[in-house]
Design a protein around this ligand. Structure first.
Ligand SMILES: NCc1[nH]cc(CCC(=O)O)c1CC(=O)O
Length: 311
């Protein structure tokens, strides 16, 4: 196998994204000593536009410019948070996932300056989050709290918290760890309290379809159980065909015996309706499990819930 001498890696230019690239570089050079890597940072629409994401044309606000650089040949390998890669459509034509890295923490975390936990927050506490998934679940379990729209990368959100624009934040624990700020976490929320989004904590490596040498070289970084979980979760989302305003959560897990299961929820924005499905794969392959759980949710009325939300 001819490993390319130089691999140019494209990614968003946020501190979290660049930390992700460093992990990929470290894993690549460990697997292929002697390989050189170069970083090609790009700023995406999602980084530039700090308003409502549903007002940005189409999905993929955090991936479009990265994919374009890959397709234009300005880089050879793209690093994405799977969570930010649209699952309702195929990957951009001419590109493929070459690997899913071992999954990090999937859970959301509460950041409160005085270290309070979610249940201890006083009524009216302003929680900075623009995630419809977080807002819906919080509305259901903690209606006394107030969600305030807040966008921008994790570092900017922490700055806004410090400035007093909000009283607390909900952020992915994995993201905080990546930027070296796990110290601000006051509580890591169990998936039973806050079910994570599809693809939480997973990094994907994407290549040009024809780049077979690179695809083969990069595929050694792939983590088989993460691949199974991610495949089930993304198929769920593909079948459900949600939109930017539809709160959907989904978490697949491979347990100690190697069994794959998938739990997923579809909510109304106020959290008052919560459709729930949980299935074990048994003899089903991961993608078929994703379809099966989606169909279970559709039978409970997920289509009507999703289409009934303005977008
Ligand atoms: N939408 C931004 C984004 N994309 C992925 C992560 C977290 C890390 C991950 O799940 O891979 C975050 C930040 C957050 O939600 O706090």
């Amino acid at each position: 196998m001819a490993v390319p001498e130089l691999i140019r890696i494209v990614s968003r230019d946020s501190p979290m994204a660049l930390a992700q690239v460093e992990r990929v570089r470290a894993e690549l050079t460990a697997a292929h000593p002697g390989v050189r890597t170069e970083v090609v940072p790009v700023r995406t629409t999602g980084d530039k536009w700090l308003g409502d994401l549903s007002q940005v044309e189409g999905k993929g606000a955090f991936t479009k410019e990265v994919d374009a650089a890959l397709l234009a040949g300005e880089a050879d390998l793209a690093v994405h948070c799977v969570k930010d890669v649209p699952a309702d459509r195929p990957l951009p034509a001419g590109t493929v996932f070459a690997a899913f890295l071992e999954r990090d923490d999937v859970r959301d975390a509460l950041v409160h300056p005085d270290g309070l936990t979610l249940d201890a927050l006083p009524p009216g506490t302003r929680i900075g989050t623009s995630s419809v998934r977080r807002v819906a679940q919080l509305a259901a379990t903690h209606p006394q709290l107030r969600c305030v729209p807040l966008r921008g990368n994790a570092n900017r959100r922490l700055a806004k918290l410090a400035e007093g624009e909000v009283d607390a934040l909900l952020l992915a624990a994995a993201g905080l760890e990546r930027i070296g700020r796990a110290d601000v976490i006051s509580e890591v929320l169990s998936p039973d309290v806050m079910l994570p989004p599809v693809g939480a904590g997973v990094l994907a490596l994407q290549c040009r379809e024809g780049d077979t040498g690179l695809i083969e070289a990069v595929s050694v970084l792939s983590h088989p159980d993460t691949h199974r979980e991610t495949t089930a979760e993304r198929m769920l989302l593909h079948v459900l065909q949600g939109h930017c305003n539809s709160p959907i959560a989904g978490l697949a897990r491979v347990d100690r015996s190697g069994e794959l299961s998938l739990r997923a929820c579809v909510f109304t924005p106020d959290g008052k309706t919560r459709l729930n499905a949980h299935e074990w794969a048994g003899r089903l392959d991961p993608a078929t499990l994703g379809t099966s759980v989606a169909v279970a949710l559709l039978r409970q009325g997920a289509r009507e819930v999703i289409d009934g939300i303005p977008h």
